[in-house]
Design a protein around this ligand. Structure first.
Ligand code: PEP
Ligand code: MN
Length: 347
């Protein structure tokens, strides 16, 4: 599933020219921003309601479905009146609970579906909260879009890809269609393909890609917009794996691997529980001897040893580090809650 179209609707000609070319490629969903949230004042802030008529023409002339970004209830109402099929909540708006609430209340009853982009800041709770607000307001058709999180450290992309956040959101909302927006994530034409491929490899359901009939003249996000021709080449080159297959041999093999994983997961949990039990005993011992819980040198030795062992088994240092950091935090937490008697706590 591809949603494509310019960052902003600029003129009727630009909208229709782009839409006709995209339609030729078989793309069914057209996007164009009308109300543009811009970082600096004085930048092109979109054509506003005037563009709704152009979107309507795209529907009529190209037979496409159309969508645009909304950041307040009045946008939702104007879109519904103009026959817009879908709206999305932009990253800056998802970060604002007041606006999300306002939009959530305006949406149900319009029949429009809504995609919720991740908030600009890496906060899964704000993203989740936005979905919950929509659901509480009885909005039925909801989807998610990963467009990367703003970050001080990101050197290459415009926003940081957080695929682990995608996996987490997917498991929170397995029933929601999940898209990626490689254009805002990468910020440059040359990154759009690799990000799109990654999204497909992760089994995401679709892509929202910015495409403009003349990107170098675009009034916003000029560097990241593809011409329809370049978009066609990109889409042709994407490898999309089947989400599932009926192949009996594959299914059998997969089931076998999954059974082994399930058994290993139990072993891991057993080992963690035994480790925690020992940790509690150590905690009680430290308490009776009035010794502080955190012993940095000891932990340093433990970590070095375990990273070395992990390395020998083909696990990256970073991975082992992260896992054992969590285990250590868990142990320290547990030791902090040791009751005041010198005996270890029993459930
Ligand atoms: C957009 O899709 O044009 C847009 C402004 O996106 P984001 O909210 O992801 O920055
Ligand atoms: Mn844009």
């Amino acid at each position: 599933m591809i949603i494509a179209g310019p960052c902003s609707a600029e003129t009727r000609e630009q909208v229709l020219d782009t839409a006709l070319q995209l339609r030729e490629l078989g793309i069914e969903w057209f996007r164009a921003g009308l109300w543009k949230p811009r970082t600096y004042p004085g930048c092109f802030e979109g054509v506003g309601e005037k563009g709704l008529q152009w979107l309507f023409e795209v529907k009529r002339q190209c037979g496409m479905k159309v969508c645009t970004e909304v950041s307040r209830a009045s946008h939702v109402e104007a879109c519904a009146k103009a026959g817009v099929d879908m709206v999305w909540i932009g990253a800056r708006t998802t970060a604002n609970p007041f606006l999300v609430q306002e939009i959530a209340q305006a949406l149900p009853g319009t029949g429009m579906s809504v995609f919720v982009k991740n908030p600009v800041n890496p906060d899964l709770e704000a993203w989740t909260g936005a979905v919950e607000r929509l659901r509480t307001a009885s909005q039925k058709k909801i989807g998610l879009i990963h467009r990367g999180f703003s970050s001080f450290n990101e050197k290459i992309y415009r926003n940081s890809a957080a695929w682990d956040a995608v996996v987490q959101m997917r498991s929170r909302f397995p029933e929601l269609p999940f898209y990626c927006d490689p254009s805002h994530l990468g910020g440059k034409v040359e990154y759009v393909r690799e990000i799109s491929q990654k999204a497909m490899d992760l089994g995401l359901d679709g892509l929202m890609i910015e495409s403009h009939c003349n990107p170098s003249a675009a009034l916003s996000d000029s560097a990241q917009q593809l011409t329809p021709a370049r978009l066609a080449a990109l889409l042709d080159s994407l490898e999309v794996r089947a989400k599932d297959t009926e192949d009996a041999k594959y299914t059998l093999e997969l089931e076998e691997f999954r059974a082994q994983i399930d058994a290993l997961d139990e072993t891991i949990v057993d080992a963690l529980a035994s480790r925690m039990e020992l940790s509690r005993k150590i905690g009680a011992l430290k308490k009776t001897h009035n010794v502080s819980i955190i012993q940095a040198r000891r932990w340093d030795t433990v970590m070095k040893r375990i990273v070395r062992i992990g390395n020998g088994r083909g696990l990256s240092e970073d991975f082992v580090h992260r896992v054992f950091d969590e285990i250590h935090k868990g142990s320290v937490n547990e030791q902090e809650t040791i009751p005041d008697c010198s005996e270890p706590r029993h459930k």
